[in-house]
Design a protein around this ligand. Structure first.
Ligand code: PGA
Length: 246
């Protein structure tokens, strides 16, 4: 596991965006593997990375024509046009500005009638795409990855997840009132994340200190889901100083 320390949020984003841009530039589609597959997060932390990817597209440095994406999660019960849905977030923060073919975008359907069947189909779609090449991730204050909350077992695939009070409180800043925050989500599983070939975890700000400490130096435990990454062969925690200073 690599822990990278940068002075500023901007440098964290520069690094992560450059790694993704290099992967896009270096990718040659073949009939067997037509797309570079990115796993993408929502949240505040990745926004500066998306800004840099948009700028690179606008400067004609990269194209998303050969990119396929799988988002990590979505709230259950929010329609894609709900301003707090992750469908909406992704449109507003990345997709509407770049040339990714709409058919290559995958985001869990929080309005699916049959959630277990949807979860199976999402997992299968990732497999059919040949797996995730680069999984970009944020990390929760409680060490969650996507919505895999503490006590989620490491071998879970995409599934329905009840959100913990800590996550509901952290995310309530985006809603008018805490009662409006959905209490359930569809999330890719810890197994899905672990199967990615390369994982880049972003952490900025002092609120992430404990999560980063436990994930990288604590015991590997379901109490801190991101600690499972200690066993992954290609993972980087890309942090600013504040997320590392205890
Ligand atoms: P944040 O969320 O980037 O908004 O801090 C990260 C997460 O909860 O996974």
């Amino acid at each position: 596991m690599n822990i990278l320390s940068f002075e500023t949020v901007a440098e964290v984003a520069d690094y992560a965006a450059k790694e993704i841009m290099n992967a896009i530039k270096g990718f040659t589609p073949t009939p067997e593997k037509p797309y570079l597959v990115l796993g993408l997060p929502t949240g505040s932390t990745p926004i500066p990375v998306y800004e840099r990817l948009i700028r690179a597209y606008q400067n004609e440095e990269i194209s998303f024509k050969n990119v396929m994406t799988f988002n990590m999660d979505e709230y259950i019960g929010l329609t894609p046009d709900h301003p707090q849905s992750y469908h909406y977030f992704m449109q507003e923060n990345l997709f509407k500005y770049v040339d990714i073919p709409p058919k290559n975008i995958h985001i869990p359907d929080g309005m699916a009638n049959n959630i277990p069947a949807f979860c199976l189909s999402y997992e299968q779609a990732i497999k059919d795409a040949g797996g995730i090449d680069i999984q970009l991730a944020g990390i929760g204050e409680n060490g969650h990855l996507a919505f895999n909350e503490p006590d989620t077992t490491f071998n879970t695939p995409t599934h329905e997840q009840a959100l913990t009070q800590s996550t509901i409180e952290a995310n309530s800043r985006f809603f008018d009132k805490i009662e409006d925050v959905p209490t359930k989500a569809i999330t890719i599983g810890l197994k899905t994340i672990f199967e990615a070939r390369r994982i880049i975890v972003l952490a900025t700000g002092s609120k992430k200190v404990e999560a980063i400490h436990l994930s990288t130096k604590g015991p590997i435990s379901v109490k801190c889901p991101a600690s499972m990454l200690q066993n992954h062969s290609n993972v980087e925690f890309v942090c600013d100083k504040k997320a590392l200073e205890r």
